[in-house]
Design a binder for this molecule. Structure first.
Ligand code: SF4
Length: 385
């Protein structure tokens, strides 16, 4: 008889997913499972999925499909799929139909109940009943009950909010993660006090799809600047960083707090996405090129050595050559420390996917390479300085 049971988690996508896998790991360990890096040894396999890009979804499907053989060899194996892909009705339906050997399919809002799904599968198998557990969309309060099993070395992730209200026209996140919900300030502060008191972590990274709009949904409201100030007032040797910022919500007050507080890393990731106002409007980003450049100026005035990085999407539907040049020139002007440049790829279910004037792949490819070559050139020149 087996005395030791193992779990194995495969995480796709962003830091939010990495952090949520830390919650799943904590639940698995509480149930008595031990971690294994080897999928073949696992009794419980969890896929924490990402829906941002179609390629990521295809990879997940490929990975799940490959488990069929393992399930045939080991009837006791439990396979669970969660994360953003399961929040998309069509994708979830496809997954449930195509992979009948997957035992648990749950949405991002149901992770805290993970133990009960696993127990339900085990019990149903014992009494020879249908054991499949499906619990998908269920937008609720942020769970504060399950601790995290932190796995990122000296960095501790701290989720401060979830969801997004922005509906950028290319993005699936608001559809799969729901509306913005902020955690109570007291809960965040007490989690950080515990992290600092443990003495294990040198860096605390605050996570949210749009951290700058933290606290707008709380009553009374709390600003992100206020939260940062109170975090920095916690005694101890640690640094604070955060992601992701939205330019429309990054206030002067937040920039001033970053400049003033020694504990906050002078490192801001501020996705611009485009340098052209018509494209920014089509993307529903709700700021202009001028406003973006104004923010950069303010950051550089107060913190001349602040590292600034950004994201860009090239080849958004109807983007002309001149409009791409506006993006190119913005990168040239700002001289970012680093950029991530992506070719636009349509996500089913978003507004932009239905737009006319989709750009050919070879054009997108050329534009993305032009931008990345420019980045390399800038880094070389700045390095020389
Ligand atoms: S701000 Fe825009 S890009 Fe970011 S998560 Fe929200 S909708 Fe997506």
């Amino acid at each position: 008889m087996k005395t030791k049971y193992y779990y194995h988690i495969v995480t796709f996508g962003c830091q939010m997913n990495v952090h949520e896998s830390e919650k799943l790991a904590s639940i698995c360990e509480k149930m008595g499972y031990a971690l294994t890096e080897n999928r073949e040894d696992a009794d419980l396999i969890i896929f924490n999925t990402c829906a941002i890009r179609e390629g990521a979804e295809d990879r997940v499907f490929g990975n799940i499909g490959a488990l069929k053989r393992m399930k045939k060899q080991n009837k006791d194996l439990i396979i669970a799929v969660c994360g953003c892909m399961t929040q998309k009705q069509q994708t979830a339906d496809y997954m449930i139909k195509t992979f009948p050997f997957v035992d648990i399919v749950i949405g991002t809002f149901n992770l805290a109940n993970f133990e009960s799904y696993v127990e339900a599968v085990k019990h149903a198998r014992l009494v020879k009943q249908k054991s499949r557990q499906l619990d998908l969309w269920n937008e609720g309060e942020i769970d504060e009950s399950v601790p995290y099993l932190r796995t990122s070395g000296e960095n501790a992730w701290v989720n401060i909010m979830q969801g997004c209200n922005n509906f950028c026209t290319y993005c699936i996140v608001p559809y799969v993660r729901g509306r913005e919900k902020s955690r109570k300030k007291e809960n965040i502060l007490s989690e950080i006090r515990e992290i600092v008191a443990s003495g294990k972590y040198k860096k605390i990274t605050l996570l949210g799809q749009n951290v700058n709009s933290y606290g707008k949904d709380l009553s009374p409201q709390v600003s992100f600047a206020q939260l940062l100030k109170e975090i920095c007032a916690i005694e101890g040797d640690f640094k604070v960083w955060f992601m992701t910022s939205h330019p429309k919500d990054l206030t002067d007050e937040v920039i001033e707090v970053i400049a003033k507080e020694d504990k906050i890393l002078k490192d801001i990731h501020l996705p611009a996405q485009s340098g052209n106002n018509r494209i920014l409007t089509l993307m529903n980003r709700r700021y202009t090129r001028e406003k973006y450049l104004g923010i950069i100026e303010k950051i550089r005035q107060l913190m001349p050595n602040c590292r600034i990085t950004s994201d860009f999407i090239v080849g958004f539907p109807t983007e002309t050559e001149e409009e791409f040049q506006d993006t190119f020139n913005l990168v040239k002007q700002v001289k970012f420390d680093s950029i991530f440049a992506f070719m636009y790829s349509p996500r089913e279910g978003t507004v932009a996917a239905k737009m006319e004037g989709q750009i050919a792949d070879e054009v997108k490819n050329r534009r993305v390479n032009e931008l990345l070559n420019l980045e390399k050139k800038i880094q070389k020149e700045e390095g020389k300085k």
